[in-house]
Every structure is written in structure tokens, then in C-alpha cells.
Ligand binder design. Sequence first.
Ligand code: F3S
Length: 293
Amino acid sequence: MEVQLAKSAGFCFGVKRAVDKVYEQIETGKTIYTYGPIIHNEEVVSDLEQKGVQVINDKESLQKLIADWQCPEGGNVGGAVIIRSHGVPKEIQELIENSPLECIDATCPFVKRIHRIVEKESLAGKYIVIVGNPGHPEVEGIMGWCSGPMTVLETEGEAEKCVFPQGTEICIVSQTTFNYNKFQHIVAIFQEKGYNDSVVNTICNATEERQTEAREIAAKADAMIVIGGKHSSNTRKLYEICSAECANTYFIQTLDDLHLELPKAAILVGITAGASTPNKLIEEVQNYVRINF
Ligand code: F3S
């Protein structure tokens, strides 16, 4: 049996950069907070927790932290709030920047680019269409940089139903982890409606590459393993893509979930992993499959 590990599996540039920043900051001795878990991976988050990193989950908790903040006794190193790679709404960033805590912005530069686009296009009077999952923190962050009207949608059906007043200028952007083909279909729907639009493909290459490679491997594999956190939307999308190509596709979070019955006749087993999956875990899974099947 052959095991093929996708080259693009695991931490993308933005996640690696954010996680590295947290570990760097731990070394400074500051009291470290992250706004939301730094990545969608429970193991990494609990390792950071053990090292004293605290997670702030919402605006109210942030406001309370700022109101109650006292520099640790005798220390001059203070505290810092790290913004994770998904980014945050402008309001949250300003709250941190105007507080006694240091603001360390680990927003992925590709996400930051979307913030700048929607901010600028909103100011220019455009109606912003964000193609993505409205409940995802990255999308919530992007929404928070729009200063005018905007809408979030994620299906072709929603795009069909979307009607704007005559003459509305729209600007279409997408969540970085959105499926590329689906985005193209949604854009085509708006273009058929004849709106005066500007489209910026803000899907990150890391995602596109990971999805294309996963599809290619799954198409020829007898079994496919997708590793990632259950809350990670990009991992779920990988699973969706692989399942369409390979009926024996398995979604696992940790090595413990690997009580799989891989098909006995499997000749090729493919492995890929979402953007928040640490290398260590990918290697463990790869070794386990090589040894046990
Ligand atoms: Fe950034 Fe792309 Fe990763 S947007 S966080 S490098 S998936």
C-alpha cells in the first residue's frame, strides 16, 4: 500500500505566522491574550493555555478585561492582546489599540487586504457583497470593515435571490477559504444580472492549492484521510471535495480518531490536512497508516 501525503497539507503561511507570534510573545514575559482561539486546533490552543495564554471570546469580555486591567505587580512588561490570522472587526481592533494593553496584529496579510478593499470600496459608495459563511469569524471581521451597505451570502440560490436597486455599484469579495469554483458561479450570477460590479478574487492561494491537490489525490486514492479541527471550515471543505472524488474519505481530528477500517484492498491512501493542523499530527497519522495498514 502506498501513502501519499499532500504537499500543501497543514499550516498555511498566515496561521504559521500567527502561531509563531504567540510563542514569541510568551517569551517576553507579558500577560498574553488572544482574541478568540489563535487557530481552530484544540491541541495547539490547550498547549498555549498551559503556557499561560488566555483566550478572550467576545467584545464584552474584552471590554471587561480593559476596564479591570492593572499592570502585573512590580512588572513593566504589561499585557498584550494578539489578533489572530482571521482578523477582527475594526471596532475590536480600535478597542485594543486604545487600551493600556498592547495590540499585536497577527491578521493574515491576505485577510488584511480584504479589510482594506471593503473599507475603501464602502467609502466610495459601493455595496459590498461578501461571499462566505456569515457565521465565520473571518467574515464577521470583514463585515466590520464595511462602512456602508453590505450583504453576506454563500450559495448560488442566495445570489439568484439578491436584487439591488437599479444603478447600484457592487464590489464582490470572498472569504479566503471559500471554494474557488463556487465563487466563480456566484460571480457569474451577478454578472448575468448586469450589475456594475468590481470583483476581487480574494480566495487565498494556499486554499486553492490545498483544494486542487486534495481533489487530485482523492480522485486516484482508494481511501482518503482529511485531518483537521471540527470547527475548521477549510478542513470541512477539504472533506467535501475529497468525498466527492473518493467514497472512502475519513475526517479525523486526532490520532485517536484513527480507528478506521481502511478498505482491505486499498492500494493508495491519500492524506491531506486543513490549514490549522500542526505538522506533528500529520506526521503521526502518516506513520500510523504506514505501519498499521
Ligand atoms: Fe492567510 Fe491563506 Fe492562511 S488567507 S491564514 S495564508 S489560508
